[in-house]
Design a protein around this ligand. Structure first.
Ligand SMILES: Cc1cc2nc3c(=O)[nH]c(=O)nc-3n(C[C@H](O)[C@H](O)[C@H](O)COP(=O)(O)OP(=O)(O)OC[C@H]3O[C@@H](n4cnc5c(N)ncnc54)[C@H](O)[C@@H]3O)c2cc1C
Length: 474
């Protein structure tokens, strides 16, 4: 009997397993592939994901494997500089191969004690009042108290659960890959600038030691079921640019569509969905993996609290209540970005207008906060603007705030030095620091770093500790 079975060891499943293990939850991850993927798509980790890594002490390791890039020009690939005033200690993008980040997350989950079984596809399940019986493709049955489907866009768990996945099917396909080029950089740069107006669904960007990232529409490229070839890329480049730039030696080639869908529900009884299993959208702005990892970060401590027995009755339902609107917002911003890549005169005019508007720092910053997820504010009721937002990594007397969150517990940061976490000290840490870089007297942080309470009154604090962390210990 496990506490939680996770279907899928992609970034979402691995992150969730690690979060659950921080609270000693017995976790089994079932992954249908026998080997980790070797496909080397580079993904961008945005600011909020980097903050999560810092909150769990994983950031230094992740940084060793990635390349930092400026946090600008993400929205519809409109080339704008990093906006001023981004409120984070980690205001950059980290480019990292997806298999590497997956490996680092899985390695962390197993180091913390999660079991990962590869070559095991979840094929069925049944839930009852006490738990879930999970059936594997070979007929083996396993039992757990909860099941989480982190099994990607074609999620078996979501389908078996009968949860609808409404949205739009793919309308436009795109080819993306990394390869070497046979002409000088200056020649490419001049040609690309000329073509990108109005072909925004096209780029040829220097990536790494002579390797270029190439993106071209897939229109006209034959069989969708077959993986794209270098010849497909050459053909599309010739059609758009009149030359194939001598591309050769591809590192990886892929093809993706712009289907956009959101699961109607994220939870049905003891079965939950997270990551691509719950939402899919085109990769413009590079948000999918980030969104999934952040779902897992939101869900992990809540599900652990449920299993440990201290969760307030409604805590687990705050996961869908908080995360589904976030995904809906990401879906919307990708829909908008896709429109802005169109070659039609209307969307081109809107793009020119938005390009002008983004010269206002506020506009540029708003879009950046959206894509990087640092602008999220959960609805925790009326209160100061900081309530429901994540707190940035501020200076505290022991060093940095995020250094105090490695164990995935709550934290009361008290400038008044008068308050106490009392009977919640087994779940919530306490730091008295009159000099903390805060302009409010005291904040209560959830394990995911979001501000759950602001104030200086012990009774009010106790109410909020109960709301998020259940009954105090005797
Ligand atoms: C071209 C392209 C570029 C992208 N760039 C970015 C980017 O820059 N930034 C970003 O954030 N995102 C990006 N994404 C999106 C990102 O790759 C996905 O959002 C991310 O992989 C989702 O993670 P996941 O763990 O939820 O699902 P997946 O990565 O799909 O993992 C699901 C796992 O479940 C397993 N599985 C499936 N069915 C079963 C089953 N029945 N039983 C057990 N296991 C099962 C699968 O084998 C897989 O390992 C990009 C996507 C594409 C196509």
């Amino acid at each position: 009997m496990f506490d939680v079975i996770i279907a899928g060891c992609g970034p979402t499943g691995a992150m969730l397993a690690a979060e659950l293990r921080l609270h000693d939850v017995r976790v089994l991850v079932l992954e249908k592939e026998t080997e980790p993927v070797s496909f080397v798509r580079i993904v961008g980790l945005h600011i909020r994901s980097l903050e999560l890594m810092a909150m769990r002490g994983l950031l230094d390791r992740v940084l060793q494997h990635g390349r930092r890039r400026p946090a600008g020009g993400f929205f519809a690939a409109i080339p704008k500089p990093v906006p001023k005033g981004l409120d984070s200690a980690y205001s950059y993008l980290l480019g990292i191969p997806q298999p590497v980040i997956e490996h680092l997350l899985e390695e962390r989950a197993t180091a913390l004690g999660a079991q990962v079984r590869r070559g095991c596809a979840v094929a069925g399940f049944e839930q009852d009042d006490e738990g879930v019986t999970v059936e594997l493709a070979d007929g083996e049955q396993l039992r757990s108290r909860y099941l989480v489907g982190c099994d990607g866009g074609r999620s078996t768990v979501r389908k078996l659960l009968g949860v609808g996945f409404p949205g739009e099917p793919s309308r436009a396909e795109t080819l993306m890959g990394e390869m070497e080029v046979g002409v000088p950089q200056e020649e490419i740069a001049a040609k690309v600038t000329e073509i990108r107006e109005p072909h925004h669904r096209f780029w040829l960007r220097p990536f790494d030691q002579g390797v270029y990232s190439v993106l071209v529409p897939a229109a006209g490229v034959s069989d969708r079921a077959e993986p794209p070839t270098l010849e497909d890329f050459k053909q599309q480049l010739r059609t758009i640019a009149g030359t194939d730039f001598g591309v050769h030696s591809p590192r990886w080639l892929s093809r993706f569509g712009d289907a956009t869908r959101l699961a109607e529900r994220y939870r049905l009884g003891r079965v939950l969905l997270a990551g691509d299993a719950a939402h899919i959208h085109p990769p413009i702005g590079g948000q999918g993996l980030n969104l999934g990892v952040q779902d897992a970060f939101n869900l992990g401590w809540k599900l652990a609290a449920q299993i440990r027995g201290w969760a307030p009755e409604t805590l687990l339902d705050t996961y869908p209540a908080e995360r589904r609107p976030v995904a809906a917002d990401v879906l919307d911003n990708t829909r908008a970005q896709i429109e802005l890549l169109s070659t039609e005169p209307g969307p081109q005019a809107v793009r020119r207008l938005l390009t002008e508007l983004m010269d206002f720092n506020e506009v540029n910053r708003h879009l950046m906060e959206k894509i990087t997820a640092i602008g999220i504010r959960y609805d925790f009721g009326a209160g100061p603007d900081l309530l429901g937002r994540r707190l940035r990594d501020i200076d505290v007397k022991q060093g940095r705030l995020y250094g105090l969150l490695h164990r995935g517990r709550g934290l009361l940061l008290d400038r008044t030095e008068r308050l106490t976490v009392g009977g919640w000290s087994d779940r919530v840490d306490y730091l008295a620091d009159p000099a903390a870089e805060l302009d409010v007297p005291c904040v209560l942080l959830r394990p995911d770093g979001h501000v759950a309470w602001i104030g200086d009154d012990q009774r009010d604090l106790d109410d909020h500790l109960s709301r998020w962390f259940g009954k105090p210990a005797d």
